[in-house]
Design a protein around this ligand. Structure first.
Ligand code: ADP
Ligand code: ADP
Ligand code: ZN
Length: 211
């Protein structure tokens, strides 16, 4: 199972990826999570990426492509992977195509999680994430039964720096301008499946199980 999850920020990619990862036992590769880890650890990449991320802009393609070439060549990707947040631009998609063909593998599909801009703003303004295990919550739609602590591991829940309304608007604009063109790119290759992201959180898993 080699799949890309496409969709605007807040569509529910991370939430739905967790179920897919569990069911198919494949790594969930989120470029956002990887970058936040680099920022936390203060690596060179993290230092370069931080100001773009804080401003809701995309990190330059060459940095992302190098990071992903490295990640996809790791052994745990041999049996499949779920990409979340990559590719996000046409040059990234083309680089991924070249990389996969060099590795002699093909994508099985691209699932587009569709949600309206209003829903995105509502979701991201209430999103909370566990600092320890990365579990995703929402203050109204999916609150933790332990308040400010993670249900799964007891870790502290926090609000991401870029989940503020003005940055959310910027990220949405960036999505429509730079990432949405990937929808027709993958449609042209016959790989795209559209799924509503406004319903249940197992919609992606259901589509993939129908394979
Ligand atoms: P993405 O990875 O696409 O940015 P997340 O999975 O982090 O999105 O979800 C964004 C926010 O929306 C989180 O607070 C999450 O709890 C909430 N959320 C995700 N899917 C749904 C859904 N189907 N209905 C209601 N809220 C949802
Ligand atoms: P979202 O909730 O918007 O899906 P992510 O966690 O995927 O957020 O990404 C957070 C930030 O990390 C983005 O706003 C961007 O600055 C950076 N980022 C993540 N993935 C990429 C990518 N493939 N290309 C460029 N920048 C990226
Ligand atoms: Zn946790």
């Amino acid at each position: 199972m080699r799949v890309i999850l496409l969709g605007p920020p807040g569509a529910g990619k991370g939430t739905q990826a967790a179920a897919v990862k569990e069911r198919f036992q494949i790594p969930h590769i989120s470029t956002g999570d990887m970058l936040r880890e680099h920022v936390k650890e203060g690596t060179e990449l993290g230092r370069k990426a931080k100001e773009y991320m804080d401003g809701g802009k995309l990190v330059p393609d060459d940095l992302i492509i190098a990071m992903m070439e490295d990640r996809l060549s790791k052994e745990d990707c041999a049996g499949g992977f779920l990409l979340d947040g990559f590719p996000r631009t046409l040059p990234q998609a083309e680089a991924l195509d070249r990389l996969l063909s060099k590795m002699g593998i093909k994508l099985d599909g691209v699932v587009l999680l569709d949600v309206s801009d209003d829903v995105v703003v509502e979701r991201l303004s209430g999103r909370r994430v566990c600092r320890s295990c990365g579990a995703i919550y929402h203050v109204s739609f999916h609150p933790s039964s332990r308040g400010d602590l993670c249900e799964a591991c007891g870790g502290e829940l926090y609000q991401r720096d870029d989940d503020r309304e003005e940055v959310i608007r910027r990220r949405l604009k960036v999505y429509h301008e730079q990432t949405a063109p990937l929808e027709s790119y993958y449609e042209g290759k016959g790989l795209l499946r559209r799924v509503s992201g406004e319903g249940a959180t197992d919609a992606v898993l259901k589509v993939l199980q129908g394979n």
